[in-house]
Ligand binder design. Structure first.
Ligand SMILES: [Mn+2]
Length: 312
């Protein structure tokens, strides 16, 4: 797989790297990391990164790219495989689209699809590629990839953290990855964010079989001066790590009325429930978008039924 990826990149003089909307640090780390990998290991390839930005842009900035640049370029999409979630749809302007992902979804956009769901982060997949293929890697590239691995693994907490995770991290630290810089960024937060966490911990509810959940109206983000994404993805794990709560779900209304559903489980796979409602993701961490609160109740009912008779 790694040799095929590198061979395809080598066929081009221009590359544009995309990733999912509302980027997390794995999406950004893989995107910027791959840019660094290409620049360090290929002669004469111009590489651009595009997409929406948020407060995680301490890891690196996006480029502004003219439509004309896409002509004769290779588009690479990382950390997402499906059309609906890619930031900046201009990847469709290229002749070929390569997707490199670690989610369990199939792809509706890839001409060349490289997926390995055994990796906890797509940044880990790319770092593993550097290690196995003896690629050159500079400090900023190593830092970007390490950032992706630290965050997608929940600081090495989630079950898919493996010995490979630590091998790759050791390799990246040897290459000059700035661990302290990353932790300084990741462990500082706004007061409003801290208060929002308190709100979650004090207000979540539970179903009969102990699925914890929150239903967040679209006005909540204004009360705490944060984004919808911060409430949805950023707060779901405030309900994790609680004795007797095996599954937790966070439902957040967007301005347009649709509802983002973040679903998490300690042990029982729940991704089929996310897929049933048009979403996907990982076995224990997945999500979907629905259009009414009654659908969120149906999801809760399905999650609750999974636990029927289960000694949590
Ligand atoms: Mn990821």
């Amino acid at each position: 797989m790694y040799k095929e990826i590198l061979k395809k990149i080598g066929e081009y003089k221009k590359v544009v790297i995309h990733r999912h909307v509302n980027p997390d640090l794995d999406a950004l780390g893989a995107q910027l990391g791959l840019k660094g990998i290409i620049e360090n290991n290929f002669e004469g390839i111009e590489v651009k990164v595009v997409g929406d930005e948020n407060t995680l842009n301490f890891i690196g900035k996006m480029d502004s790219v003219e439509d004309a640049f896409y002509e004769d370029a290779l588009a690479i999409v990382v950390d997402v495989a499906v059309k609906a979630l890619v930031s900046d749809e201009r990847y469709t302007l290229t002749k070929e689209v390569m997707v490199i992902d670690h989610h369990q979804n199939d792809s509706d956009i890839a001409d060349h699809f490289y997926r390995d769901a055994s990796h906890i982060a797509v940044s880990q997949l790319l770092a593993d590629m550097c290690m196995k293929e003896n690629l050159k890697i500079d400090e900023d590239t190593a830092t970007a990839l390490l950032g992706g691995i630290i965050t997608d693994s929940g600081r090495f907490l989630y079950p898919a953290t493996s010995s490979l995770t630590f091998k790759v991290v050791s390799y990246l630290v040897d290459k000059g990855a700035k661990l302290q810089y990353l932790y300084d960024q990741l462990y500082t937060e706004d007061l409003s964010f801290k208060k929002l966490k308190g709100y979650f911990i004090n207000n979540f509810r539970t179903t009969k079989n102990h699925v914890a959940y929150m239903k967040n109206a679209k006005t909540l983000k204004d009360e705490y001066n944060v984004s919808t994404f911060t409430i949805s993805r950023g707060m779901v794990n405030q309900m994790s790590g609680i004795v007797g709560i095996p599954i937790w779900a966070n439902f957040t209304e967007e301005d347009n009325g649709s509802i983002l559903c973040e679903l998490r489980s300690k042990r029982l796979p729940i991704v089929d429930i996310a897929k049933k409602y048009g979403g996907g993701g990982h076995a224990l961490a997945c999500g979907c978008t629905v259009h009414s609160w009654s659908e969120t109740d149906a999801i809760l009912k399905d999650l609750d039924a999974l636990l029927e008779g289960d000694a949590a």
